[in-house]
Design a protein around this ligand. Structure first.
Ligand code: HEM
Length: 449
């Protein structure tokens, strides 16, 4: 039986990369999920940095080679397109950015970039983020809070406010319930039976599409025409380079919410965790934020100049993303048989560009297991070609600066208002996703007490 998968995928035309395909159907999925990063390390030791396996229902090439990874990320046009699981594509919609290629991708990405450009961040998004964070972070004093839950709510609500401005308050509750179901659905097996997370995710998508369609209708019907939010920009008729259909607008909104949700919330939660464990880093970070506050009246919002001055905060965010490895890698698939690294890669195989190990490479990051944000103060570190925390090539994260602005603003109000200690005893999982299965609880008190 163990040979079955190997025989099935053996090709006459060319040589497949080394590696084993494991059991029929399941392949090596169980070992992969059980051993986590060690599975990858052991396979690399045995087969090198470019090997085949069978993971999560799909024959997969794992690439841990820096040069080849770069080539893969830069060459979508040669037929190496995003290869995300079916459940994710079904639930995020057929116009979502991971599902479109070529000129359609360029167009949708252009529309997205026009919403989150530096000017938009400065004039429209940052004021909303600031306003939201102030409210979200009030009344935490003397409470035990689950910071995982709070950062998830934060990522969702902050992005909804940027999207739907004034109306966000009235739709937030029903939207959030459905959104959390949608996220779970995208991470499930695509089994369409009652009671499965996949079925719930599909239903949640339908409900979210309804909420957003109704909002579009209401806005069109109302006389009050100018809305200074993302939806307002997407719906604008005059002077708008990007004319999207309602379906495209809705899928783009879902894309924005989904892509910035887990990345921003988990990075924020882990920053709180690392800052708690490293008082010297917290001291330095707080110094940076208190000095910004000193220049302002209590009600003055954070502006772009303040954001620029948060050099150490940015370093804390990079170091958190590196050490916690919020994103293990990205997925691609081949549109036709092709040669890569001297091997044949059959059509439809998945390619896992596995970037996790770069984060712990002692040649790139000396003393890699230490949380040391100071290493990022040398700006050249973030411009190096191995820096793939935000992906690379044609699909490099367009939301990088927006995500950083959100986390910076969150940390600003958090460290200038509060001190905190962990309640203790909470488990933290690092793989396949960073999460605290039962929450991460902290006891918060006011900094001024
Ligand atoms: C700390 C925060 C973030 C991290 C670590 C992160 C990471 C990434 C990575 C690694 C990719 C590449 C995916 C691939 O190549 O398949 C990506 C793509 C993407 N990200 Fe982010 N992201 C973050 C925040 C955001 C935010 C706030 C948004 C909201 C606009 C966003 C929107 C996107 C989109 C739309 C793509 C797909 C781009 C495309 O396919 O052209 N991200 N992100």
């Amino acid at each position: 039986l163990l040979k079955w998968n190997d025989v099935k995928h053996r090709r006459k035309k060319g040589l497949l990369p080394p590696g084993t395909m494991g059991w029929p159907l399941f392949g090596e999925t169980t070992e992969f999920l059980k051993q986590g990063p060690n599975f990858m390390k052991n396979h690399r030791a045995r087969y090198g940095s470019f090997f085949k396996s069978h993971l999560l229902g799909c024959p997969t090439i794992v690439s841990m080679d820096a040069e080849i990874n770069r080539y893969i990320l830069m060459n979508e046009a040669k037929g190496i397109i995003p290869g995300y699981p079916k459940s994710m594509l079904d639930i995020l919609g057929k116009c979502n950015i991971a599902a479109v290629h070529g000129s359609t991708h360029k167009y949708m990405r252009g529309a997205l970039l026009s919403l989150i450009s530096p000017t938009m961040i400065r004039d429209q998004l940052l004021p909303k983020i600031d306003h939201f964070m102030r409210t979200h972070l009030s009344n935490w004093n003397q409470n035990v809070i689950n910071i995982q839950h709070k950062t998830k709510e934060m990522a969702f609500l902050s992005s909804l406010k940027q999207i739907a401005g004034i109306e966000s308050a009235s739709i937030a509750k029903p939207f959030m319930t459905e959104f959390f179901k949608l996220v779970l659905g995208t991470l499930s097996l695509p089994i369409d039976l009652p009671g499965t997370n996949y079925r719930r995710g599909i239903q949640a998508r339908k409900n979210i599409v309804n909420i957003l369609s109704k909002l579009l209708e209401e806005r069109r019907a109302s006389d009050e025409e100018i809305h200074l939010d993302m939806l307002g920009c997407l719906m604008r008729k005059e002077g708008n380079r990007y004319k999207l259909t309602d379906e495209e607008i809705i899928d783009l909104i879902i894309t924005i919410m989904y892509s910035g949700y887990e990345t921003v919330s988990t990075t924020s939660m882990m920053a709180v965790k690392y800052l708690h464990d490293h008082p010297k880093v917290l001291e330095e970070l707080r110094k940076e934020h208190l000095s910004i506050r000193e220049r302002k009246q209590p009600d003055d919002p954070i502006n772009c100049k303040d954001l620029k001055s948060m050099r150490f905060t940015r370093a804390v965010i990079y170091e958190t993303s590196r050490l916690a490895t919020i994103v293990n890698g990205v997925l691609r698939k081949t549109t036709h048989d092709m040669e890569l690294n001297g091997y044949l890669i059959p059509k439809g195989w998945r390619i896992y560009v596995y970037t996790r190990e770069i984060n712990y490479d002692p040649c790139l990051y000396p003393d890699p297991l230490t949380f040391n944000p100071w290493r990022w103060l040398d700006k050249s570190v973030e411009s190096q070609s191995h820096f793939l925390i935000f992906g690379g090539g044609t699909r490099q994260c367009p939301g990088k600066e927006l995500g950083i602005a959100e986390i910076c603003t969150f940390l600003h109000y958090f460290v200038t208002r509060y001190r905190w200690e962990e309640v203790g005893g909470d488990k933290l999982m690092k793989f396949p996703r960073v999460e605290a299965p039962n929450g991460l609880h902290i006891r918060v008190s006011s900094l001024s007490n």
